[in-house]
Design a protein around this ligand. Structure first.
Ligand code: ZN
Length: 523
């Protein structure tokens, strides 16, 4: 097999409209809780927690601790809070993967933790995730509950602040066959004749905020993931792969043996990869050194009046220009590469360093920038800043990433295709959000919607209208300066609307007060 380069990242897109709205058809049935109290399969080794330099750890004992029970943690200076190291062995013919994953978590919360919560997205789907073993610090078999996407692990020993814990999991992933048409929603974890996708299905830690693990219930609208960034190091081994296999994977990659590839990406909110047969790979390096890769199939090339329309090449060029432009506007592109994959499912999906764009957008591409292929590609590129780099609670504050990604589309068109400005506002926005629009306010949560269309109208499209009005209030230079400061100050964090607004001065807040009240409260 050959590994045509490879690619970082993913992300992308949406049903005609943007990313993260592909949710709807994939709501699982009521989840069953699997509660497991494991036997002590391995005698607990004499555990010594070692201290971290510079971290003062109080003894909980009134009695002077003996050296063997002293809490000692390894030095943690410069150590990332979360690292995931996984070996993924994929059987191409069986459409299954056997995974061993080590997650190292450094407790920076300032409080002693009794439990750790993982987000196991694959377990939203019945029989897609089978946990074979779970160990803490290599020896203790902890009790845990697994309910849908939430896995609550009870630590055998409390984890003091400043100390790290390691969890080793062994599990099996079974993606489903991607259905036809709308039934293919959710195909970012699924397989077709020519593609096998694993979008964010390796377990990751739920975010920890205000003393709680944050993991929201699944709803019909949007994704509800809240994820901190982590460092990922993943080795993919493929059995039975065809010779023309093209692996899409984010980060820095290297071939590590026949049929194996290693990828590492730091500061990532997720990890996704895709295996493709019969696909073409094209790549381009932007003027600021970002490698952009485009993986498409033959049907992405459609006949036009003057010959074949080169959709993949056009989308690759647009994505590269968007990365250059957004790097200028919002700060340097946060990763080394971006991989764009033609998805064999209806919408698309965004991940860190890798995005899927549905084959529908390629097959319907008319050969002009006034097209969803361009808009969705640009939108997904923008999510590398507004989602991957600057994180937010996608369930409770969805406008923070979706309104900004949508407004980034028109920002791109203004720069490169100014004649399309009016077209965009009509085609993309006014058609769904007319001047007398009276939908829910911009600061609504995903739980206030029961269908994708009103959600997209209220959050993505009316959100773009709000940003345009804010730009009018502040002036173009001040507006984009604000967005840049926001992107830089919020990189690799999970931010709130309050933090977004707080970067404006009192005078600027006064200037936008009327606009903000109108969009937040409908006043
Ligand atoms: Zn989006």
């Amino acid at each position: 097999m050959k590994f045509l380069a490879s690619l970082p990242l993913i992300l992308l897109w949406l049903l005609l409209f943007a990313c993260k709205s592909q949710i709807a058809a994939s709501i699982p049935p009521t989840s069953t809780t699997v509660r497991v109290v494991q036997g002590a399969t391995i005698p607990a080794a004499e555990r010594t927690l070692q201290p971290i330099q510079g971290v003062e750890i109080e003894s909980t004992s009134e009695i002077s601790p003996s050296p063997t029970i002293e809490r000692e943690c390894p030095p943690s200076a410069g150590v990332p809070a979360v690292t995931h190291t996984a070996a993924v062995n994929i059987s191409f013919s069986q459409h299954a993967a056997q995974v061993t994953q080590n997650t190292r978590y450094l407790n920076l919360t300032g409080e002693t933790l009794e439990n750790i919560v993982f987000d196991v997205e694959a377990n939203r789907i019945p029989a897609a995730f089978t946990l074979n073993s779970l160990l803490v610090n290599g020896s203790d078999a902890p009790a845990y509950e697994l309910t849908g996407r939430e896995m609550n692990v009870h630590l055998p020993h409390p984890l003091p602040p400043g100390c790290a814990v390691e969890l080793d999991m062994d599990f099996r992933l079974m993606p489903s066959a991607i259905g036809e048409g709308a039934a293919g929603i959710g195909g970012y974890f699924g397989y077709s004749q020519r593609q096998m996708n694993f979008g964010n299905v390796l377990p990751f830690l739920a975010a920890r905020q205000n003393g709680d693990w944050v993991i929201h219930p699944v709803t019909a609208i949007g994704e509800q993931i809240v994820a901190e960034v982590a460092n990922w190091s993943v080795t993919l081994s493929i059995e039975g792969a065809p010779d023309d296999l093209v692996i899409a994977v984010p980060g820095i990659i290297e071939q590590v043996g026949d049929g194996a590839i290693h990828a590492s990406i730091d500061g990532s909110r997720d990890f996704a990869f895709s295996l493709n047969t019969g696909a073409a790979l094209a790549s381009q390096t932007t003027s600021n050194g970002v490698v952009v890769e485009m993986i498409t199939f033959e049907d992405a090339l459609v006949p036009g009046e003057n010959g074949i329309i080169q959709g993949p090449a056009h989308a690759l060029e647009a994505a590269s220009r968007a990365i250059e432009m957004f790097s200028d506007l919002f700060g340097e592109y946060p990763y080394d590469r971006l991989v764009i994959v033609q998805g064999d499912f209806p919408d698309g999906m965004e991940y860190t360093g890798l995005v899927f764009v549905s084959g529908d957008w390629f097959r319907s591409y008319p050969g002009t920038p006034a097209s969803y292929l361009f808009l969705i590609t640009i939108h997904e590129v923008a999510h590398q800043w507004w989602y991957a780099s600057v994180g937010n609670d996608q369930a409770f504050n969805p406008f923070l990433d979706e309104a900004l990604a949508t407004y980034s589309e028109i920002t791109f068109l203004e720069e490169f295709y100014p004649d399309l400005r009016d077209w965009w506002w009509t085609f993309r926005v006014s058609t769904f959000v007319p001047p007398d629009y009276a939908g829910l306010p911009i600061n609504s949560t995903v739980y206030q919607f029961d269908a994708a269309r009103p959600y997209i109208n209220a959050i993505y499209l009316n959100g773009a209208k709000m940003l345009e009005a804010l730009r009018q209030d502040l002036g173009t230079d001040v507006f984009f300066n604000w967005l840049r400061r926001y992107a830089e100050a919020s990189a690799r964090r999970i931010v709130t609307p309050e933090q977004f607004w707080s970067l404006l001065s009192p005078l600027q807040l006064e200037a936008i007060a009327e606009t903000r009240a109108r969009f937040e409260n409908g006043e």
